[in-house]
Design a protein around this ligand. Structure first.
Ligand SMILES: NC(=O)C1=CN([C@@H]2O[C@H](COP(=O)(O)OP(=O)(O)OC[C@H]3O[C@@H](n4cnc5c(N)ncnc54)[C@H](O)[C@@H]3O)[C@@H](O)[C@H]2O)C=CC1
Ligand SMILES: O=C(O)CCC(=O)C(=O)O
Length: 528
């Protein structure tokens, strides 16, 4: 069945065409995002949801999204998507990190000019027939200092444009390296220094706990008198009430805002104040940017739904379309090794260690580890999947370790999963043969060669004569047909294991009888 995608915001129709061309059924309802009840009603029918900022992907929506595999944000900020809740439900969340950066940077520069020359007010006055030539005395931007808070993709483009305007640029961004600052031609400074020096401040950070109210009443009091402030990033970066007071007192000379604490902003403390310019979250609204992000999100979502390729996911490592087919059999192997250990582990897991040896160590092991952890936890938590597994493990205090080695000994690639509990440490290793089928090749240091099968019995016993005959007869007498039989032991007369594939499930009483056979330590059913 072809995957189905819902577009619930006003994306460029270019996205619709991409989905169709890729063979994906697409439903374009550009106003649906504003109607959360309707969205909740129908979201269960879709594998993918493509959005801009009007649709809110809340835990309530996700609860109803039984088929949903991917949310694609045609834009940068994903603050309208509950990422932890999406991750917990195994839904990949992707964005398009560069498609609207230039456009948004240009909006910030436009806002800065609009403030410097009071263009909106001058326009309104002129069109009202007033010709107030003496009222509008602007400021020149050349040689003024622009303070950029958040010098990432958009902040850097703003810096470049401002330098072209012959402004001096200072930037506050804890993650901006001195080398990058030098490259950009900006001076990296602490926030207080930026506040003290900037003639214009522009914000370009995401809204996080650290950046919320970065321009608070206290910070605004430290600015140069008459500073102009531009916010084309997110509402909440500036304390709106404090800014309103600072505008009234003249501490701040003007503010140009594209984003607001509450959106849609129908009322706001800034509205109506002199030299305040507002736009309705238009930063990304150009034909070019909207085409870019729509095409990109549709391609990315299609690649994931059709080929398992992941790019620009905020909650999962990237996997290219070339990597996806190489990873696929190893993802299956990792998940099955996890499942093997998970089905045999009853007590609390403290640590899970994944060792990747040989060619597999060169692949995206993060994805393999997530798959292994998903397999490990699934016997206890049915809902866990490759996307949600790392966060579920973290929540449960399970330490996940990864080790890579270049050489894999007998195999081109080997994955070993080791589980540590309070009582024991158990390891199982597997590989993928040329047929693409995953196999178990080592259990607790005992060599074995078995495929994973829908129904198996795993027996550990002492290596004594007669066990295999008794075991096989017992199954035969109970009408349980053996499909394959794999044996291994550490040494003659030492510890032995048997991995037996059977047709159908072994009844509990049969397993109890196997468990009761002489020299048997453990007999467990397994299903893959
Ligand atoms: N108005 C609009 O329509 C649009 C708004 N945006 C907003 O712009 C924001 C920035 O976008 P990009 O530049 O692409 O993101 P980015 O991730 O490339 O850059 C963000 C920068 O903020 C910095 N940062 C993080 N925490 C900080 C802190 N506590 N103090 C100072 N700097 C900090 C980061 O180090 C990074 O360099 C987005 O998060 C989004 O919310 C993006 C596109 C359109
Ligand atoms: O889609 C939009 O218009 C908003 C863009 C935006 O805020 C973003 O990309 O973060």
């Amino acid at each position: 069945m072809a995957p189905r995608v819902l577009i619930s915001d006003a994306l460029s129709p270019a996205a619709v065409q991409i989905f169709k061309d890729r063979g994906i059924e697409v439903d374009f309802q550009p106003n649906l995002g504003k109607d959360k009840d309707k969205l909740a009603e129908i979201i269960g029918d879709y594998d993918g949801l493509a959005i801009r900022s009007a649709t809110k992907v809340t835990p309530k929506i996700l609860e109803k999204a039984a088929r949903l595999k991917v949310v694609g944000r045609a834009g940068i900020g994903v603050d309208n998507v509950d990422i932890p809740a999406s991750t917990a439900r195994g839904v990949i969340v992707m964005n398009t990190p560069f498609g609207n950066s230039i456009t948004t940077a240009e909006h910030a520069i436009a806002m800065m000019f609009a403030l410097a020359r009071e263009i909106p007010a001058a326009d309104a006055s002129t069109q009202a027939g007033k010709w107030e030539k003496n009222r509008f005395m602007g400021v020149e931007l050349t040689a003024k200092t622009l303070g950029i808070i958040g010098c990432g993709n958009i902040g850097s483009i703003v810096a470049d444009r401002a330098l072209g305007l012959k402004m001096k640029v200072v930037a506050f961004d804890p993650f901006l390296s001195p080398e990058r600052a030098l490259d950009l031609g900006v001076e990296k400074v602490e926030l207080d220094e930026l506040l003290a020096r900037a003639d214009v401040i522009t914000l370009h950070t995401p809204l996080t706990d650290k950046t919320r109210n970065v321009l608070s009443a206290e910070a605004l009091a430290k600015t140069k008198k008459g500073v102009r402030i531009v916010n084309c990033a997110r509402g909440g970066l500036v304390d709106e009430a404090a800014l309103a007071e600072a505008l009234k007192s003249g501490q701040v000379g003007g503010a140009a805002f594209d984003v607001f604490v509450t959106e849609p902003a129908t009322e706001n403390p800034l509205f109506g104040l002199p030299n305040v310019i507002c736009t309705p979250h238009l930063g990304a609204s150009t034909t070019e940017a909207q085409e870019n992000v729509a095409l990109q999100v549709a391609e990315q979502m299609s690649d994931y739904l059709l080929r398992g390729a992941i790019s620009n996911a905020v909650n999962f490592p990237s996997i290219t379309a070339e990597e996806a087919p190489k990873l696929k059999p190893f993802i299956e192997l990792a998940e099955k090794l996890g499942s093997f250990a998970g089905q045999l582990t009853d007590t609390d897991i403290k640590t899970v260690r994944l060792t990747y040896e040989g060619a597999v160590a060169e692949l995206k092991i993060k994805a393999l580890t997530s798959a292994a952890v998903a397999g490990l936890l699934r016997p206890a938590l049915a809902d866990v999947n490759v996307v949600s597994a790392p966060s579920v493990a973290k929540e449960r205090g399970i330490v996940v370790e990864e080790v890579t080695r270049e050489v894999a000994g007998d195999f081109e690639s080997l994955i070993t999963l080791t589980v540590v509990t309070d009582k024991m440490e158990r390891s199982v290793s597997g590989t993928v043969f040329a047929d693409g089928r995953p196999r178990i090749v080592d259990i607790k240091g005992i060599k074995v060669d078995a495929e994973f099968a829908p129904s198996m019995i795993y027996v550990t016993n002492e290596d004594k004569p007669g066990f295999v005959g008794r075991f096989a007869s017992l199954l035969g007498e109970a009408g349980v047909n053996i499909a394959t039989f794999a044996l291994g032991r550490d040494r003659q007369g030492g510890d032995a294991i048997a991995l037996v594939e059977i047709d159908g499930r072994a009844p509990d009483e049969v397993l109890a009888k196997v468990q009761a056979l002489p020299h048997v330590k453990q007999a467990k059913p397994l299903a893959f």
